[in-house]
Each structure stands twice: as C-alpha cells, then as structure tokens.
Design a binder for this molecule. Sequence first.
Ligand code: TXA
Ligand code: MG
Length: 327
Amino acid sequence: MTTEVVSAEEQSAIDRAVAALQAGEAIGLPTETVYGLAADALNTDAVLKIFEAKERPRFDPLIVHLPDAGWLDRLTDPSPVSKTLIASLTSSFWPGPLTLVLPRQAAVSDIVAAGLGTVAVRMSAHPVFQRVVESFGRPLAAPSANRFGRISPTTAEHVRSELDGRVPLIVDGGPTLHGLESTIVAVRAGHIEILRHGPVTAEELGAFADVRPAQLFAHPEAPGQLASHYAPRTPLVLCTKLSDFALPAGTRAGALAFGPFTRTGFTEVRTLSPDSDLREAAANLFRGLRELDQLELDLIVAEEVPETGLGRAIMDRLRRAAALGGG
Ligand code: TXA
Ligand code: MG
C-alpha cells in the first residue's frame, strides 16, 4: 500500500478522507491533541485495520470520536446519578481534549471496547477532524497514530514515519495544538477519576466534582496506564536539574530541557520551552523526544517539570518513557 500525505489546505482533502472512511479504510487525521488513526467506529472490519496498522493488542480499547454530543445517547448508558455531571463536563469541555469513559450500549462493538463494559468517548476540537467526522456522519474510532507503545505523533510526518505503507492516506493539518493525548476520566457516582492526565487538568476538573487519581498500577484499565508506554528506543532517565546531572564519561547523551539550557557535555539539547511555559513544553514534548530518539544516542536525560496543572500530564508521559528505556 502506498501512503499519501495530503495537505488539509487542499480542496479535496476532506472529501478524500471521507471517501476512504466510507470505503472502510483507517487513515491518519489531525486532532488538537495528537494525530489519530481513524476508522468507522461502527464497522468492525474497518476498526480491525486500526489494530493491524498499529500492531495494537486487541485488549486495548479505542476512543470513539463523536460527530456531535447527541451521539452520547446512542452509544453510552450512564447511570442516572452521573448524568448531570456528564452534562456539565461535556458542555464545558467539548469539543476538546477530554475523554469520558462511560458504560456502553450494544451499538459499540466488543472490538472497539476490547470486551469492557464501557466505552471511551470524546469530541475533537480540530477543525479538520470536525469537518471529516461531520460529513462522514458517524463516530470515528481513533487511537494515537503511532505503533503500539511508541511516542504519539504530533505532525503528519511523524505519522508517516510510524505507519508508512500501512495506511492509504494521512491528512496533514500541521503540528497539533496540545501535543499530548486527551485527559481520560471515568465518571463515578459523585466523583471524577482521572485515568490519564492530559490537557484538561485536575485543577480544572476539580471545579465540577471531587477528583481522584486512578489507582494506576493496581488496576490498569487503560494500557496508557501501563508503566512503560510512550517509549523511545533510547534509554531515558529523569533528573531534577540538568545542570546538576553527572553525565558518565564517554556517554553520548541528549538533553530534553524544560527551559533555557546551554551546558556543554550533551551531544544534543532540545529545549521544550524557552520561557519555561508548561503549555509550550507539552506541545513540544513528543517532537523533542522523537528527535532525540532518532540520533542513536546512548542516553536521553529529561528534566523534570513542576508537577502542577499540565505539568502532571508531562511528568506522567516522561515517567512512562523512562520506565523501560530502550524497550
Ligand atoms: O487525544 C487522544 O485521546 C488521542 C486522539 C487521537 O484522540 N487518542 C488516543 O487514543 O490517545 P489511544 O488509543 O492512543 O489512547 C486511548 C487510551 C488507551 O490507553 C486505552 O486503553 C484507553 O484510552 N481506553 C479506551 N477505552 C477505554 C475504556 N473503556 N476504559 C478505560 N480506558 C480506555
Ligand atoms: Mg496512544
């Protein structure tokens, strides 16, 4: 299969994407978080192509992206007590980077839900994704468009490097806004449980209900919660301050700096945000990691960021990237 990358600026881009989805293909599409590998969520054969292209294990459920919030009633079956909270969350954060895990209806296939009794749903705020899903008129299953366990793509070129020859079409909508995958929450009776930290922060969610962290390692409901994920091939270690890091002699190391950093000794430096701004750092995180990973270095040393707001999501991804470096 040849993979074509078309610019979203091209007149025909949306039509071609919709036609490919109607033909049951899985294609690369930009979202506001990371690029997704999208297929018709209600077509099992199409959904299977996602699993094949990503080499994703079947036990890992997909996020379903809705054309509009009205689809919630057709796909999910929340308990009556959580309906008010769900309505406040969707009216405040949709379209946007918040995914809700809710009890599912039969219209959601076992393959999408990986046999769980729940389904993860969201509405993307990316104009290109929105135009595609609206004119397609059906929900799209879309995981991040990387091969399983690897770094999520934030540009069309990243998608190509992950999935070249495995998908017919990638729509290039430029670099993604947030650079990190959506926040995933389960709405339980009276509280919100964060399954994956992301652009919608715990602080923001706290305005709506009591927020509890998921018991990450006790019951990994989401493989995104597995200790090792988002993994570069190069071993990665975390440090509090790069300037204090004792680099072993002869090590070719790359530094992933949060703010300005000029120390010599590192073979390469990627600065996530010259102003030490968490938003900017999040947007640049996966690109920086991916670039350093391509240099065949011995080691990547990533600097910790303050663990408040968006910093939690960044630290979560860095810890998982560090968990099994070189894996
Ligand atoms: O920002 C995003 O969420 C991107 C864009 C493309 O929308 N998508 C994304 O999908 O990150 P994916 O598949 O790479 O990550 C979704 C995570 C996985 O770790 C999956 O296990 C979890 O969501 N998940 C999906 N359905 C679930 C469910 N019913 N219960 C718990 N976790 C679920
Ligand atoms: Mg993913």
